[in-house]
Design a protein around this ligand. Structure first.
Ligand SMILES: [Zn+2]
Length: 129
């Protein structure tokens, strides 16, 4: 099962917004610190999600900070596909819902403001095994 959303402030239907709201009322694309912490000790019986979140930043993220993400967190990777100032944060997390999985992964950015202080998530994807 794949759930994906291209986020824009203009044309997002109400149904999409509901689908991508985590149990704490945060939009998955904005991230949720509670989901981020929950994913660290998720029940192993919960589904495993392959999450990808593309985001843009106002300033480039130093290469060193990109590489540090690995060491730093359980299986998350922060890469720069090709376009300047567009980044991809990806990883596998366990969560009941795709929205929780994405909110948890994006929550990593909220917890690590030294990596990126301001970001806008433009597209999210959660694939469920
Ligand atoms: Zn949450």
């Amino acid at each position: 099962m794949t759930e994906a959303a291209i986020l824009s402030t203009r044309d997002q239907s109400r149904a999409d917004v509901v689908q991508w709201t985590c149990p704490h009322g945060q939009h998955a694309g904005r991230g949720c610190v509670t989901c981020y912490h929950a994913s660290a000790e998720a029940d192993p019986s919960l589904p495993l999600w392959d999450v990808a979140a593309w985001f843009t930043t106002a300033r480039p993220i130093p290469i060193r900070a990109l590489q540090d993400v690995h060491r730093h967190d359980r299986g998350l990777a922060l890469t720069q596909p090709s376009t300047p100032l567009v980044y991809l944060l990806s990883g596998q997390v366990r969560a009941a819902l795709g929205a929780e999985a994405v909110a948890g992964v994006v929550g990593f950015l909220l917890q690590n403001r030294h990596i990126v202080d301001e970001f806008t998530v433009t597209e999210i994807r959660a694939v469920h095994f």
